[in-house]
Design a protein around this ligand. Structure first.
Ligand SMILES: *[C@@H]1O[C@H](CO)[C@@H](O)[C@H](O)[C@H]1NC(C)=O
Ligand SMILES: *[C@@H]1O[C@H](CO)[C@@H](O)[C@H](O)[C@H]1NC(C)=O
Length: 416
């Protein structure tokens, strides 16, 4: 009984002490908060009373930079560009401007205006010194895939064997190394857990002086592997949305019997076994299903220095609809046909994964997180055999890394 009382007494004292110190903490917190509020108010007033001043420019610039850093951290594209082979295109970007819009109109006369009325408009005067007509002009291309034609399409691959899953890999024509690494690793087996899996590569047209030579190499490579799909659009970074939509067109017209498909980048590690297990789980939808690394409330980048700059003309909302990160997203194969159809009424912009999100939104279908969201990983910091045996995706640094990790994962012995 005594014991109990002492305890209560002690507890009371303790509580009081806690109460008092928490009250102290609260009041000092309140003081801090007031100070912070005042500071913010001051900064706000400063920015808005001195428009165009050095301060406001600096503040907005650093805000933008901060924003972009956060975005790129999520998007994993800056610290680890997966499209290294497009670097040339980036450096010459400043020169593309004048010629491109005219060229686009020439190659697809009339079509642009018909299918996407109102896109070709004069853009409002830019507030920066950057060549905007150019930047916005570049993106006035058409994402409707039927404006392009397959010049290599391996139509027979889905007729001879009905695949359960088709892995579609967009890759630059000259990136043979990436294709070879994939053929040796996650693209190597056409039968996984008793189901047919196909791996195909999607290419656009090579650019550069050695066009003929590159085309000949591509042709020979296809003769050997029968796994290249090529369409007649220019294979550039800003045309990635076209590439994705051409993938959708191929799936819809050449492979409608497949159950699922995945768009997966060429610099990815894919644990195909785990993906197959996931797709065969009870409760996984057979239609209207899109899953992967889900991106919510991602702000559109309006900074023209950015690789992912999208103008307000092309995409007016400040945020993208929910979408799945472009590194690798999985979908039921009823969707490609619907994406192709709905794309005629969605203004194309160069962020292919967000564009697919836009298609889903327009179709009124939800983007679904995977059963275990932790299986879709982005940036790989260090290889770990046990971890790689549990995940589905990881972004890698090189084709050599892919072969090395794959070989290690497949060696005998328990991974964990
Ligand atoms: C995209 O592809 C079209 C069709 O080949 C081409 O006219 C256009 O210049 C390309 N755009 C860019 C930015 O490369
Ligand atoms: C980087 O961005 C491009 C185009 O916006 C996209 O296709 C690609 O999948 C992105 N990379 C990753 C890792 O998501």
């Amino acid at each position: 009984m005594d014991d109990a009382e002492t305890t209560t007494c002690l507890n009371g004292a303790k509580r009081q002490h806690v109460d008092r110190s928490s009250a102290q903490r609260k009041s000092s917190l309140r003081l801090w908060f007031k100070f912070l509020l005042l500071f913010c108010l001051g900064a706000f007033v400063l920015c808005y009373t001195l428009p165009g001043s050095v301060t406001s420019q600096w503040v907005s610039d650093s805000f933008q930079k901060h924003y972009e850093r956060i975005f790129s951290r999520i998007h994993q594209n800056i610290s680890h560009p997966p499209y290294k082979h497009y670097k040339d295109d980036e450096t010459t970007r400043g020169k593309i401007p004048e010629t491109t819009p005219g060229k686009t109109q020439l190659t697809t006369p009339g079509i642009i205006q018909e299918t996407t009325p109102g896109i070709i408009q004069e853009t409002t005067a830019p507030k920066t010194t950057l060549p905007t007509e150019a930047r916005t002009g570049i993106q006035f291309h058409q994402a409707y895939p039927r404006n392009y034609h397959f010049i290599m399409d391996n139509t027979e691959v889905c007729n001879t064997r009905k695949p359960f899953l088709v892995l579609m890999v967009p890759v630059a024509p000259n990136n043979v190394a990436a294709r070879d690494a994939i053929r040796q690793t996650w693209g190597s087996s056409s039968l996984v857990q008793g189901k047919v899996v196909l791996t195909l590569f999607l290419l656009g047209l090579p650019s550069g002086a050695d066009f003929q030579q590159q085309q000949e190499k591509v042709r020979q490579e296809n003769q050997q592997h029968h796994d290249l799909i090529q369409s007649d659009f220019m294979d550039t970074y800003l045309n990635l949305t076209i590439k994705t939509m051409v993938i959708m067109d191929w799936l819809a017209t050449r492979c409608p019997t497949a159950a699922y498909a995945m768009k997966i980048d060429s610099d990815m590690f894919l644990n195909i076994d785990n993906l197959m297990v996931m797709l065969q789980k009870p409760g996984i939808p057979k239609t209207k299903y899109l899953t992967g690394y889900v991106m919510w409330n991602i702000p559109v980048i309006r900074s023209m220095d950015s690789k992912w700059y999208v103008s307000e003309e092309l995409y007016p909302d400040p945020q993208y609809p929910t979408y799945t990160l472009g590194m690798g997203y999985v979908f039921s194969n009823d969707l490609p046909q619907k994406f192709v159809e709905v794309s005629t009424s969605i203004t194309p912009f160069n962020i292919e994964d967000a564009y697919i999100g836009m298609c889903m939104k327009k179709l009124g279908f939800p983007v679904t997180p995977p059963p275990d969201p932790g299986q879709f990983r982005t940036y790989n910091i260090m290889y770990n055999r046990c971890e790689y045996s549990k995940i589905i995706t990881y972004i890698l640094g090189s084709s050599e890394e892919l072969v090395r990790y794959w070989t290690d994962l497949k060696k005998p012995g328990p991974p964990c």
